[in-house]
Design a protein around this ligand. Structure first.
Ligand code: TPP
Length: 267
């Protein structure tokens, strides 16, 4: 698959807001899939609803824009119908962690052969910046104007606990590591998961005194801590989440037998 063959220029200009992190993630993805050597004819791109759900619309290839929270169900169906396909899912934190949360943990548990890229921008970007299951405590959103009073989910830790074969988290600042992890995820059997913490300046940034995209990106950079270092400081990662810290790195790489092999539809 060649880098520029993946751009679907006839769909430009795109619909993303100025400064949104999705452009960086798409670029990283184009690089990773081009380097992976996968065939364009054998790849299917699936998404749910949300800003992140629009990504497959800008990739030249077979793509599916499904319903909110359900991309993993559609993707699982595609994989089972034709196990020779590489099925890649793009999903937002709301899509994957809230309305689609049950599908997420069960897809990880089954270790079904899918690559999932989750764009975690800490809120529901498309619908006006509502609080999400990953919004850090105390941060403001359109539905928590005096600060979020709940603790966030750690999607990568959930994926590890639920059984995924490969899990990594990076941010839109850590582009080279992100490309490396997406490539690894694409080439891994079983369920692979890459979470990308991304800036949503228009909603999340604006409400948290970081309207300028660079300011929010800088905040993401300054609050990212390599996972190995966090283990040294404290095991209480919940506390770090409360303070809005982001643990980055590879969380797990293991070789549980992939679902399609386990049920015998794929050798
Ligand atoms: C069943 C259903 N419930 C709610 C909605 C409204 N809705 C559309 S996008 C969205 C949230 C998107 O947030 P997220 O998944 O985090 O993606 P983002 O837009 O931030 O990339 C919601 C609630 C919907 N389309 N369908």
């Amino acid at each position: 698959m060649k880098f520029f063959d993946l751009y679907r220029k006839d769909r430009w200009p795109h619909m993303f807001c100025p400064g949104c992190g999705i452009g960086t993630i798409m670029n990283a993805f184009y690089y990773a899939i081009a380097e992976s050597g996968l065939s364009q004819d054998k790849a299917v791109f699936v998404a749910g609803i949300g800003c992140s759900g629009r990504i497959p619309g800008y990739i030249r290839g077979d793509s599916l824009h499904t319903t909110h929270g359900r991309p993993l169900s559609f993707a699982s169906g595609i994989k089972l119908a034709d196990p020779s396909l590489k099925v890649i899912v793009f999903s937002g934190d709301g899509d994957l962690g809230a309305i689609g949360g049950n599908h997420f943990i069960n897809a990880c548990r089954r270790n079904i052969d899918l690559t999932v890229i989750c764009i975690n921008n800490y809120n529901y970007g498309m619908t006006g910046g509502q609080v999400s299951t990953t919004t850090p405590a105390h941060f403001k959103t359109s539905t928590t104007p005096s600060g979020n009073k709940e603790y966030p989910f750690d999607l990568s830790e959930i994926a590890v606990a639920a059984g995924a074969n490969y899990v990594a988290r990076w941010t839109t600042y850590h582009v080279k590591s992100l490309i490396r992890s997406i490539k690894k995820a694409l080439l891994k059997d079983g369920f692979s998961f890459v979470e990308v913490v991304s800036q949503c300046p228009v909603h999340f940034g604006r409400r948290n005194k970081m309207t300028a995209p660079t300011r929010l990106l800088n905040w993401i950079k300054e609050n990212s801590i390599p996972r190995a270092k966090i283990k040294q400081i404290t095991d209480d990662t919940l506390d770090l989440n409360v303070q809005g810290k982001i643990s980055i790195g590879e969380f797990i790489e293991r070789n549980r037998i992939a679902y399609t092999k386990l049920i015998g539809v794929c050798k």
